[in-house]
Write a protein that binds this ligand. Structure first.
Ligand code: PMT
Length: 192
């Protein structure tokens, strides 16, 4: 969530369902899991420690603080790439003119993690709408993921807000493994 003023923000359709399913799956297998989470209505999975954040910068700060002592990270959040450059401290009043909001880049959490990861395991996600494989493979290498999980909004039942997902896991060694449309809990099991 990237604030425009105290009452408005820029965000996207992510509900947290995919990320929470992965956290639950990892915890059920005995991992110590810290879930850095944007706003969601979901309950914290059993055995998981949740850290609440709002913006990309908040998530970056929370991540950097904890990454060094972790064995790895799964980067499932739909982090905003841009944020209003000058959020207003007071509610913006409407006028008859058009309005322009200038945006600046947010930190890329995954790319920062990739540059400092050493032998930690880093798993990324790619949410695509077109040129899916090419875009996902580009992100896999640019951000130095060990593997990336591709999901596409072109597949019915996949991506944001649904209880299901259709994923392809792509390894840095080039291995590609597509899975059928399945519950997010099953996709999480396959990822873990
Ligand atoms: O939450 P749900 O409703 O269940 O929906 C699940 C999901 C569609 C959000 C999830 O499956 C998913 O695809 N998450 C990643 C969405 C995304 O932002 O993808 P991307 O292709 O824009 O980003 C690539 C990678 O870089 C991701 O691992 C992302 O977490 C990371 N990133 C992106 C931008 C940024 N500033 N920092 C990042 O770390």
């Amino acid at each position: 969530i990237e604030p425009i003023d105290p009452v408005r923000y820029i965000s996207n359709h992510s509900t947290g369902k995919m990320g929470y399913a992965i956290a639950a799956e990892l915890a059920s297998r005995g991992a110590q899991v810290t879930l850095i989470s944007g706003q969601t209505a979901l309950d914290v999975p059993d055995g998981v420690q949740r850290v609440d954040v709002l913006s990309a910068q908040n998530m970056f700060d929370a991540f950097i603080e904890r990454f060094e002592s972790a064995d790895g990270a799964v980067m499932c959040a739909a982090v905003a790439d841009y944020t209003p450059a000058d959020p207003s401290p007071v509610k913006i009043k409407k006028s008859d003119d058009e309005m322009v909001i200038r945006l600046k880049r947010t930190p890329d959490i995954a790319a920062t993690a990739g540059a400092t990861k050493g032998d930690k395991l880093l798993v990324g996600f790619a949410l695509e709408t077109d040129n899916e494989l090419e875009n996902a493979v580009g992100k896999l290498h640019r951000k130095k993921f060990d593997f990336i999980v591709l999901n596409s909004l072109a597949d019915p039942g996949a991506g944001f807000a649904t209880d299901t997902n259709k994923i392809t896991i792509i390894g840095k060694d080039g291995l590609q493994h597509p899975y059928p449309l399945e519950q997010k809990s099953d996709a999480a099991r396959h990822i873990v």
